[in-house]
Design a protein around this ligand. Structure first.
Ligand code: SF4
Ligand code: SF4
Length: 191
């Protein structure tokens, strides 16, 4: 019984160490649980746990619960929390880091396709230097829900005819520099 408690305690500390090793991650220690992040978050109403709660759970060592919640995947990277946090905690960056750990450990919510979308987005940005929505949508639906692709053709055609969806991708200049950054990010555990 005592060894179970010791093991649990050590796993708790390992998780905290893992989070604190994320650049800016150690700032989580300064969270005062004010809730400004949750109040600023446009998607918190559909999240399993609000950003404030996620930080409390991290400090409580709730690794599996944190890595498997939908919060990470519903974060739209709007940075509202990031700019408003009174403790200067880099919340959005930490959400990204948690997503990476969740994918690495296979903890993302079962049935969720958000991680596929993230991988495809990175693939397209690596190819052109920016997103190409039409290709992203096609790849995403073909891989995850082919029937939805057919259902979305009418709306796609409307967007195309109104010039809201570029047919062809545009490529940035000096893309090799960006590709070098993406390669480096992947070597550090990105996707
Ligand atoms: S806004 Fe910052 S200090 Fe307040 S709960 Fe969120 S992370 Fe913690
Ligand atoms: S960056 Fe993510 S967690 Fe923060 S307010 Fe925006 S959606 Fe919410």
């Amino acid at each position: 019984m005592k060894s179970d408690v010791v093991l649990e305690e050590s796993m708790h500390l390992d998780f905290l160490e893992e989070i604190y090793s994320i650049p800016g991650g150690e700032k989580i220690k300064d969270c005062i649980q004010c809730g400004t992040c949750s109040g600023s978050c446009p998607t918190s109403y559909v999240m399993d746990y609000t950003p404030r709660k996620v930080f409390a759970m991290i400090r409580a060592g709730m690794r599996d619960e944190v890595l498997s919640c939908n919060t990470l995947w519903l974060c739209t990277s709007c940075y509202s929390c990031y700019v408003r946090c009174p403790q200067d905690i880099k919340i959005t960056d930490i959400m990204y880091a948690l997503k990476r750990i969740s994918i690495k450990d296979g903890k993302y919510p079962k049935g969720s396709d958000a991680q596929e979308l993230s991988k495809m987005f990175t693939h397209i940005v690596n190819k052109y230097g920016r997103n190409h929505e039409l290709e992203l949508i096609q790849r995403y639906f073909l891989k995850t829900k082919p029937l939805k692709l057919l259902q979305n053709i009418p709306i796609g055609l409307k967007l195309l005819t109104h010039g809201r969806l570029p047919l062809l991708p545009t490529k940035i200049r000096n893309i090799s520099q960006l590709q070098k950054i993406i390669r480096k990010a992947k070597s550090l555990g990105g996707f």
